[in-house]
Design a protein. Structure first.
Length: 215
């Protein structure tokens, strides 16, 4: 909680779309409600890292709520985002993300891009991420967790390109994806260390390239 539950919602979304089946829906509905209850008890922390990353959890909760056409849940995520992710207009401290697998600043920006109208988001983004060049691919991961950072940054970079149409974000998406993909030991290595999750991050980063009809 919240990391694994957020991934389960993503699995349920794709399972439903791919197989036109509601097999996972009853359980996913419970998982979604558990996330709603979780953030009702404790405010989401925008700069939370790794397994606690609130932006990642809220992104998946939002997508699941939209898939299920659950308007109250969509409104709830909108309110949480506006209340906790929009107040601080300082630059996100990219260098403080630490040796983790979640791109905190880019998940944060990605979530806000889903809530704000495009014009408002374009006005908010420059203060939050003043330097696009601040995102450089991780070339020497310091631990197994950091093997996933390039792929998870790619998620947000693609989203920022999609919203802003700024080619620099697309270039950075390609650079981060290539850096991770071209070192197979970082995603196709020991199952217990990296094989069970880094390749999943990579697939999630790659899917948008194929567009909405990839399935």
């Amino acid at each position: 909680m919240p990391y694994g539950r957020a991934w389960f919602l993503r699995l349920a979304i794709d399972y439903r779309r791919t197989f036109q089946s509601d097999l996972l829906t009853p359980f996913a509905d419970q998982v979604a409600e558990s996330l709603v209850s979780y953030y009702a008890r404790r405010a989401p922390i925008p700069f939370s890292r790794s397994y606690d990353n609130a932006a990642w959890a809220l992104l998946n909760l939002l997508d699941y709520a939209m898939e299920r056409r659950n308007a109250p849940m969509v409104i709830g995520v909108d309110r949480l985002t506006r209340r906790h992710f929009l107040e601080d207009r300082k630059a996100c401290p990219i260098d403080d993300e630490g040796s983790t697998f979640m791109a905190v600043c880019l998940n944060w920006a990605w979530l806000v891009s889903r809530i704000l109208p495009r014009d408002e988001f374009l006005g908010w983004l420059p203060d939050f991420l003043p330097s696009v060049e601040g995102f450089r691919p991780v070339k020497s991961p310091r631990n197994a967790h950091e093997y996933g950072m390039n792929f998870s940054r790619a998620w947000g970079l693609w989203e920022l390109h999609s919203v802003t149409k700024n080619w620099k974000y697309l270039r950075l998406f390609a650079a981060h994806f290539a850096q991770a993909y071209n070192d197979p030991e970082n995603w196709d290595g020991d199952y217990g260390k990296v094989g069970h999750w880094v390749s999943q991050f990579g697939m999630f980063a790659l899917l948008p390239v194929f567009g909405p009809g990839y399935r």
